[in-house]
Write a protein that binds this ligand. Sequence first.
Ligand code: EPU
Length: 421
Amino acid sequence: MQRFEIVGGNRLKGTIEIDGAKNSALPIMAATILLEGETVLKNVPDLADVRQMQALLARLGVKTHRDENGAMHIRVEDEMNTHAEYELVSKMRASVCVMGPLLAKRRKAQVSMPGGCAIGSRPIDMHVAGLQAFGADFELVNGDVLLRAKKLRGSEIFLGGPFGSSVTATANVMMAGVLAGGRTVIAAAACEPEIVDLADFLNACGARITGQGTPQITIDGVETLKGTEHRVVPDRIEAGTYMIAAAITNGDLELQGARLEHMQAFVDRLRRIGVIVERYEKGVTVSSARRLEAIEVTTQPYPGFPTDLQAQLTALLCLADGNSIVTEKIFPDRFLHIGELARMGAHVRKEGPTVIIEGVKRLVGAQVMASDLRASAALVLAGLVAKGTTCVHRAYHIDRGYQRIEEKLAGVGASIRRLQE
Ligand code: EPU
């Protein structure tokens, strides 16, 4: 196992290039199950989760390889297998994204239930109900969801749940709808930029989807879809994480490729606490030269404040002037980082789905344990400013979603090294 060792205190200054979005690349890769011919995906980040999806696709007869420029070439070679097994799905929840494409193209999808994870219980009832609405039969077999249909019929499908819509359930239903007979209308669809990217990709393959980016998506089924070339949108969560790196170190960063229009709720909060965020021709600049204000934040589905930046913002607020309140409305248990931040001197108290953060003057380096992807990013951010040395153990969590994080941060002045445990 590997760890990151960070010596805090350096102001970050320079340019970081933002990679393609993990949460766009994964469903788009799964969508290639639907296609005839070759697809070329550009800007697919080289991440552990992407390699995991490649392994799952290989098992399902879909060949992927990177060319010398890093573009990913994908082609379906064998349509026999329809089973995404526990061994692969349990390692990465986004594996559930093969369910819609398998059912639509191969008429059968057997996908292991992903179960819980470090950020809480994560059911898939909306995925299953959404796909059943096309007329598929559903059974639970040895912990696997088994869906079968001779033909899918377009339908009206509601995807609102107790915590808003579901991103990957919207992706699954959209991917099934593109090859279903007739019209499918998704009500309470997720509006995330990654859903828009998936819809744009499918449309470039010949699908007829409208309304992506709004809560009502309409899909008119087609007979076949052909592979295409597509560039994955920049990762707004990676960009947001580096924006906080600039803010927490009182630094000054240019984030090349970052799209401000995908981060409005987040940018609004940053500006309110005193961070300077501007658009420039290649992306976004972020700087801060003073102590920041405390604030209240509630995570919400897009375009609200993203849950995937909650842990990182919490790390920043540990150093704000006064008391901040952060409420998690998507994954109420996604607070594993606060115990570790407390080891670094943060004053954070949890009450239900809310944490109350009493800003302190400084954090101090400590041995801390990464627990999930975004919580780990929050610990790295805290380490950048903490006095002394911070060791973030279990670096593999970070590698699931951040490509070369230590190189990118070191390139703008951070003292960070990857070490073998
Ligand atoms: N939910 C249900 N039933 C379902 C599906 C979801 O009740 O069948 C609930 C969830 O428990 C949660 C809410 O609905 O309370 C929203 O979850 P959603 O389904 O939207 O999450 P997801 O699609 O599984 C994606 C991202 C996550 C991100 C969430 C929320 C991908 C591959 N994953 O997950 O990304 O946190 O949306 O924005 O797109 C990450 O990158 O670190 C990450 C966890």
